[in-house]
Design a protein around this ligand. Structure first.
Ligand SMILES: [Cu+2]
Length: 126
């Protein structure tokens, strides 16, 4: 394994500092801060709801969610309108069979108008 030169490291550090100093990069964008179930969590079949916590307030009527089973079939699609308030969204889920599920989300930041999307998976145990 080679050691990067000191100059290269300093350049990288300067670039990182420059990017972080840009407000758009540092402050903008709603990102998913946490979720319940957490990514890659194993949860019992008694799961009733999925909760998502974003870093910024989101626009509920411009936000949507889809829960897919392991075959990619949507078991739940939801608009944010009735499930989100400020930074938190809570989606009621139907009874889930054992297996792996992926929650896909697309939300609009109410602060900067940017759309972000992402997904995470969790497993329902039998
Ligand atoms: Cu943004």
């Amino acid at each position: 394994m080679t050691t990067p030169s000191k100059a290269l490291l300093l350049t990288a550090a300067a670039l990182t500092a420059g990017l972080l100093a840009m407000p758009e990069f540092a402050l903008a964008h709603a990102v998913l801060k946490s979720s319940s179930p957490a990514a890659n969590a194993k949860v019992p079949a008694s799961l009733k709801a999925i909760r998502l916590e974003f870093s910024e307030a989101i626009a509920p009527d411009q936000s949507k969610f889809e829960l897919d089973d392991s075959s990619g079939m949507a078991v739940l699609t939801a608009a944010g309108k009735d499930m989100c308030a400020k930074t938190t969204c809570k989606l009621a889920v139907p009874a889930l069979k054992a297996g792996k599920y992926t929650l896909k989300y697309q939300v609009l930041s109410a602060d900067d108008g940017h759309v972000i999307d992402g997904e995470f998976s969790f497993t329902v145990t039998g």
